[in-house]
Design a protein around this ligand. Structure first.
Ligand SMILES: NC(=O)C1=CN([C@@H]2O[C@H](COP(=O)(O)OP(=O)(O)OC[C@H]3O[C@@H](n4cnc5c(N)ncnc54)[C@H](OP(=O)(O)O)[C@@H]3O)[C@@H](O)[C@H]2O)C=CC1
Ligand SMILES: O=C[C@H](O)[C@@H](O)[C@@H](O)[C@H](O)C(=O)O
Length: 324
């Protein structure tokens, strides 16, 4: 797997490369989303990425699947087993009886027999409002029945349709709720994590329970509708980058690597894809780590879509169990 180190996952013994390639992107008007995404994945494989993150929500499963087919036919990889592929269960299908069909659809989109990792995307259920029912939002929100959904996730793993299962956007309290009913514990919790939202408490809790954190938006999702430039424009990070002769992006990624988490970073630009991999042969000093540790903390992800005056989470404070 080139120069990207792996983590060995608990239970399955699978190797997960510490840098994953994100595929959530906004459709650029006038460009062909499918082709752009497929080409970006092919370029990433050429550059040495072997870990890919998708979700049924992103619309990127099909182009990722096509890129894998092409990478095999071009001989860029010899076998699908060289890749680590993650997808996620969207909130409209987070009901016990819909989990297996949702995973089967994702596998069909990806043209794969199995996933390496299947995650519950958010700890909440959505139901599309019936036509004609008026309301401020398109969806009604419901609490998730962790018991039936997690049992179905476990069945997916038992059936061999995914090698591992995990969570995304779960707080300490919600991870603990899943652990209390799980026969197969989650191996991963994928959350927003970057120098401006370091998630110390969640990291200690998850790592203490054998659950790896995966960092999404490690660059603050700069340039996307769900992110901002606050991480890339952080003065402390700029200062460290200048001294080191690295970019702010590389400082963010190296920091996350040194924190012992898996990074999921998205770039569809070949130069930046390459830059984002060049973080393995240098390190941050203790003083630099301390400077980063002292950066004021706040959550960046926009999750307003998951709160509603009718509950189950009436405020962001409730959604995040006070960890805000
Ligand atoms: N589980 C969840 O709920 C979520 C999961 N994710 C996953 O995590 C992945 C990564 O997170 P994401 O939110 O995309 O945010 P990132 O922090 O990875 O930022 C992506 C943005 O940064 C730009 N960028 C990438 N590299 C550089 C660089 N070296 N210098 C300057 N700009 C750069 C990209 O533009 P360009 O492409 O032009 O380089 C893009 O606009 C997603 O793609 C998705 O797979 C993300 C959000 C939520
Ligand atoms: O509405 C909320 C957000 O768009 C959220 O759904 C995304 O950030 C998603 O979690 C992702 O993985 O990209």
């Amino acid at each position: 797997m080139g120069s990207i180190p792996d983590y060995v996952l608990r239970w399955s013994g699978q190797r997960m490369p510490v840098v994953g390639f994100g595929t959530a992107s906004e459709i650029v008007e006038g460009s062909d989303f499918f082709t752009v995404t497929k080409q970006a994945v092919l370029q990433a494989i050429k550059l040495g990425y072997r870990h890919f993150d998708t979700a049924s929500l992103y619309g990127s499963e099909q182009p990722l699947g096509e890129a894998i087919v092409e990478a095999l036919s071009l001989g860029l990889i010899k076998s699908r087993n060289e890749l680590f592929i993650t997808s996620k269960l969207w909130c409209t299908q987070a009901y016990g009886d819909l989990v297996l069909p949702a995973l089967k659809t994702s596998l069909q989109n990806l043209k794969l027999d199995y996933l390496d990792l299947y995650l519950i995307h958010w700890p909440i259920c959505l139901k599309q409002r019936k036509e004609g029912v008026s309301g401020g939002k398109e969806y009604d929100l419901f609490p998730m029945d962790f018991s039936s959904v997690w049992a179905a996730m476990e069945d997916c793993q038992r059936l061999g349709l995914t090698k591992s299962i995990g969570l995304s956007n779960f707080t300490c309290k919600k991870v603990a709720d899943v652990l209390s009913i799980a026969k197969i514990p989650p191996v991963v919790n994928q959350v927003e994590l970057n120098p401006l939202w370091q998630q110390k408490k969640l990291k200690d809790f998850c790592h203490g329970n054998g659950i790896l954190l995966q960092a999404y938006s490690p660059l603050g999702a700069v340039g996307t509708k769900w992110g901002s430039n606050r991480v890339m424009e952080c003065e402390v990070l700029k200062e460290i980058a200048k001294v080191k002769g690295k970019t702010v992006a590389q400082v963010c990624l190296r920091w996350a690597y040194e924190e012992g988490v898996i990074l999921i970073v998205k770039s569809f630009n070949a130069e930046r894809m390459k830059q984002n991999l060049e973080i393995m042969d240098w390190s941050l000093s203790e003083d630099e780590l301390k400077m980063i540790q002292h950066i004021p903390q706040s959550r960046g992800i926009q999750a307003e879509a998951f709160v509603s005056e009718n509950g189950p989470f009436k405020t962001l404070e409730e959604l995040w169990d006070g960890e805000i």
